[in-house]
Design a protein around this ligand. Structure first.
Ligand code: AMP
Length: 443
């Protein structure tokens, strides 16, 4: 069986790793950078922009690919799955229409409203700053301002974190509209949800979902959740599939929301095939929907995929065939801590082309897994690009141990211009989360 994975980040390295644990599989890859981890696993790889759909389809035909998995969101928006399907190539990722759940935040909010899906937040869309004022005032300035289209997770600004009060919100609304941030002169303003965030990823065949362990990501660049939002600096998950502040009931509420979303998409005529990602804020009133992504999360894919004991390619085939209900999902009861190494200046101005020295054998000896991200291998040396460089995932029977193992592995990665958040997965930070939840519950 020939499997093509599109994308060259750490999420895609984790996908490729899961694919290669399957028997009788030949892996092919298309990526814009030369990810050394993927290169090592793949029988052949093509360096090409993931959004060059024509070239992707041509390559898939040339290599007689049986199944394609698309890692990032950008190719989904430009119809990569539709075009592959038209060429008779199966893909385990959503079509352009189904991927609107991620690529069009306004459409997503309208869909939730139309189908009365639980976990909604107050929202409105504006093309004009004047009209936005009243809505922001009604919410006492406690709002989140979001460009409508894709911004790589970096266009969203939150009251209290990135701006203050009604005027602060209005300044950013004007900036988004004037500069068409996210591609349109439209802006989504949402009620700010207060609580702790969690991610729930699931496999979907358009009818059934199979949810995976809950994960908590860390979007902010600096320790203690300070600094600008990034694509994600690291994440952790627990052996029981829940999180230290998330109960089984709340997890199930999140999973039920994802199930209702794929049912709604089906009713809208866009059956959702592939991994689906729900980002939730656990509030005093239960989980609220922050964002739905049409793919695995990055870093969150690295927390869940290494734990899969069920054959990943079998799962992918069942997603395409609509037979996910026949799959018995086996997941290792282990905790994971993932920390990303990024180039110095990441989130502001990355130092590009800097060397990173990686002792792969020593990392392996700790029991951690190394996933390469947006780096290039040049003359045997790993070089930074402007995006995240590589990630290490510690896996063990407790978060404490997973964090310790992860740190041990990280000590075998050196570079003069690299940066990471050591606080992710530490007892101190996790206790802060639990305390925060207790506080908002008034305990
Ligand atoms: P997004 O790109 O929608 O995932 O947003 C990026 C980050 O902004 C999220 O990880 C949240 O921390 C925050 N955020 C987005 N929407 C909301 C909201 N309605 N309430 C509170 N925080 C939010």
């Amino acid at each position: 069986m020939k499997v093509l994975v599109v994308g060259g980040g750490a999420r895609e390295h984790a996908i490729c790793d899961a694919v290669c644990r399957s028997k009788n599989v030949e892996l092919y890859s298309i990526m814009s950078n030369l990810n050394p981890g993927i290169q090592l696993l793949a029988k052949d790889s093509l360096q090409e922009k993931e959004t060059n759909v024509e070239r992707v389809v041509e390559y898939a035909k040339e290599k007689e690919i049986d199944l394609t998995i698309v890692g990032p969101e950008a190719p989904l928006e430009v119809s990569i799955v539709n075009k592959l399907n038209e060429a008779g190539i199966k893909a385990c990722s959503p079509t352009k229409e189904a991927a609107r759940i991620e690529t069009d935040k306004e459409w997503m909010r309208n869909l939730l409203k139309k189908y009365k899906i639980p976990g909604q937040l107050k929202y409105q869309v504006f093309t004009d700053t004047k009209n936005a004022k009243k809505f922001i005032e009604d919410l006492n300035g406690e709002v989140v301002v979001k460009p409508i289209g894709l911004t790589g997770g970096k266009g969203v600004r939150v009251s209290g974190d990135h701006f203050k009060g009604v005027n602060g919100a209005l300044d950013y609304v004007k900036e988004v509209i004037d500069n068409k941030i996210g591609g349109k002169a439209r802006v989504l303003i949402e009620e700010k949800a207060v609580g702790e965030e969690f991610t729930l990823q699931a496999f979907s065949d358009g009818y059934t979902i199979l949810p995976l362990h809950a994960v908590q990501d860390h979007k902010r660049l600096l320790p203690g959740d300070k600094g600008p939002n990034t694509g994600g600096m690291g994440s952790y998950s627990c052996d029981d599939g829940l999180l230290p502040f998330l109960s089984k009931t709340e997890y199930e509420e999140g999973a039920a929301i994802l199930q209702k979303i794929i049912e709604a998409l089906n009713k809208e005529g866009c059956k959702y095939i592939g991994p689906i990602y729900g980002q939730f804020m656990l509030t005093v009133n239960g989980p609220k929907i922050i964002e739905i992504n049409a793919r695995f999360g990055d870093p969150e894919a690295m927390n869940v995929l290494p734990l899969l004991d069920t054959d990943f390619v079998d799962i992918c085939r069942s997603m395409i065939d609509g037979s996910l209900n026949k799959i018995k999902l086996k997941i290792k009861k282990k905790s994971t801590v993932c920390k990303y190494i990024v180039p110095e200046g990441y989130g502001i101005k990355s130092m590009v082309g800097e060397n990173i020295y990686v002792d792969e054998d020593k990392i392996k000896s700790t029991g951690s897994i190394l996933f390469y991200a947006s780096v290039n291998k040049d003359d045997g040396l790993v070089k930074t690009t402007s995006s995240r460089s590589l990630a290490v995932v510690g896996i063990s029977n407790s978060i404490d141990n997973a964090e310790r193992i992860c740190e041990e592995a990280l000590s075998y990665i050196k570079g003069d211009h690299i940066f990471l958040r050591h606080d992710i997965g530490t007892k101190e930070l996790i206790e802060k989360r639990i305390k925060h939840m207790a506080e908002i519950h008034g305990m």
